[in-house]
Design a protein around this ligand. Structure first.
Ligand code: GDP
Length: 520
């Protein structure tokens, strides 16, 4: 590496020591990432080959899709809290023909299918609203074809309505407006259409091309029409998928179930998933032992745009992970091992990067202080030798608190970081909570999510959040037993339980602000 960078060996070793790589033994083989980090120190920008080790990648989408069969649209319902999203989902779910016909019990698997009179299907995602949508999108899993924007006629456009519009526009997903609660006396749907105009949503009623339907999710009126509108839009979008290729899917949620082990719901995007297939998602793999549909009925295969719950995962995959089919078990294991290794390297690189940042800041501060002192000494010397007529102003006295309040470099260190552990009932929600926390404004106090997981809060979560740092555990729809709570008290770890995400953000912001007040 020294030869490549055209620097002496010992110079390279000193450089490495500077950036925290002094503990490496002589026969240590640098990873790509470590070598890259060192090269960067010499202002050489390296190119790291992406293709290293066994991995699975999605197949390119064929240019001509017209030969492949059409598939159902995948729809996400978004809108402000209390505008009727859950009610609409329930009404839609109960309207399915298949539900009554086979007598299956509705199962929450993150998505369900509705059959229309003409035999066509629509798939609705029912994972919690926006947060899940953005969490999935952040991970590159754009699972939605159409967004149904629910606006309550008696409330109009509210903050989360605007947010939903923004999400849909950002993701370039077409919107259908459902003006809800039209059963209420004095309902004025026309007014909602006018209001939406201000946010770039021009409905057909206002001369635009966005469909808008007046509904009552509670009474069920207009819901059939909404479904028909979705089907019409889907036809225009001409949604198609290959069915005879290795499967590609998205994990929508995952959990550990008693008696069933690791279970993940997934939405099939392309190809067909069959019992016995071997798939990989992130660093988890699975030989599909069995599958069930949204009514809990066993199925042998699943086609594009349908959701299934899949049993047989060796580990729990994460919501938003892309699922790809491997040829054999050993292929799957190789891919997972390679991904684990790559992740370790990435983590290491990140740590080194963060350490470098701190070191650089410190160096900069120290050298600017030294320069200032030097200039001051020179001025004093010049005064004593009659070169300047006045004595320079004394340098500001440096004691610990002065330094921390006057220089930008150490201001960074006065930001306190709260370690946070997130536990939830399903991995979709955990991901959503973690994603939502990132949206909190960065103040003098910062949240650092150190661990996430599915299941109840345990003592090891307390240990993780604790270690004398006044950490925080967020329990979303899960409990902590007495022993764990006692341990939390002892470790000064706060356990906050939540059922709704909006409340969670509010409360956490409040907590952070309250911790801020006694600023050191
Ligand atoms: P979400 O927070 O968007 O999921 O809203 P919910 O579905 O929980 O609905 C909030 C409240 O509005 C509940 O009390 C519902 O019964 C009520 N609601 C939902 N849809 C309608 C509707 O079409 N008409 C009326 N009158 N009330 C509704």
């Amino acid at each position: 590496l020294a030869k490549l960078l055209e620097v002496p060996n010992d110079h390279l070793l000193r450089k490495m020591a500077n950036i925290g790589m002094d503990k490496l033994a002589n026969n240590y083989l640098l990873t790509n990432e470590e070598a890259a980090e060192i090269a960067l120190e010499y202002e050489v920008v390296p190119i790291i080959p992406e293709d290293s080790g066994p991995d699975l990648l999605p197949r390119p989408i064929p240019e001509d899709m017209s030969l492949h069969p059409t598939r159902p649209p995948v729809v996400t319902i978004m809108g402000h809290v209390d505008h009727g999203k859950t009610t609409l989902l329930d009404t839609l779910r109960n309207s399915t023909i298949t539900a009554s016909e086979a007598g299956g019990i509705t199962q929450h698997i993150g998505a369900f299918s509705v059959e229309l009179k003409d035999g066509n299907h629509i798939t609705f995602l029912d994972t919690p609203g926006h947060a899940a949508f953005s969490a999935m999108r952040a991970r590159g899993a754009n699972a939605t074809d159409i967004v149904v924007l629910v606006v309550a006629v008696d409330d109009g456009v509210m903050p989360q309505t605007k947010e939903a519009i923004q999400h849909a526009l950002d993701a370039d997903v077409p919107i259908i407006v459902a003006i809800n609660k039209c059963d209420k006396p004095g309902a004025d749907p026309q007014h909602i259409q006018e209001e939406l105009l201000q946010y770039g949503i021009q409905t057909e009623g206002m001369g635009g091309d966005i469909q808008s339907v007046e509904i009552s999710a509670l009474k069920g009126t207009g819901v059939d029409e909404l479904a028909e509108n979705i089907a019409t839009l889907a036809e225009v979008l001409d949604l198609r998928a290959e069915v005879d290729i290795p499967v590609q899917a998205t994990v929508i949620e995952s959990q550990v179930e008693r008696g069933r082990g690791n279970v993940a719901s997934m939405l099939i995007k392309r190809g067909t998933l069959n019992v016995g297939d071997i798939v990989v998602a992130g660093t988890a793999w699975c030989k599909v032992r069995s599958m069930t549909d949204d009514h809990g009925r066993p199925v042998k295969s699943a086609s594009p745009a349908t959701a299934v719950r899949v049993m047989g995962w060796k580990e729990i995959p994460l919501a938003g992970d892309m699922v790809l089919q491997a040829e054999t078990e050993s292929h799957a294991k190789d891919v997972v091992a390679n991904r684990v290794e790559k992740r370790k390297n990435r983590d290491k690189l990140q740590t080194i990067g963060a350490m470098n940042e701190v070191r650089r800041e410190t160096n900069e501060r120290e050298s600017s202080e030294r320069a200032e002192e030097k200039a001051h000494r020179k001025a004093v010397w010049e005064y004593h030798h009659g070169i300047r007529s006045t004595m320079p102003d004394p340098l500001p006295r440096k004691n610990a608190s002065d330094v921390s309040s006057s220089t930008p470099a150490s201001e960074a260190s006065s930001i306190s970081v709260v370690p946070v552990v997130i536990k939830g009932d399903v991995s979709g929600t955990v991901e959503a909570v973690a994603g939502a926390l990132k949206q909190l404004p960065d103040k003098k106090i910062r949240i650092n999510v150190i661990s996430t997981g599915v299941g109840p809060v345990t003592e090891s979560d307390v240990v993780m959040a604790g270690s004398g740092t006044e950490g925080l555990i967020i329990a979303f729809n899960v409990k902590a037993d007495k022993k764990t709570l006692t341990a939390a008290k002892r470790e000064k770890v706060e356990v906050m339980s939540f059922r709704v995400i909006y409340k969670l953000l509010e409360d956490i912001e409040k907590l952070l602000t309250s911790r801020l007040e006694p600023l050191r």
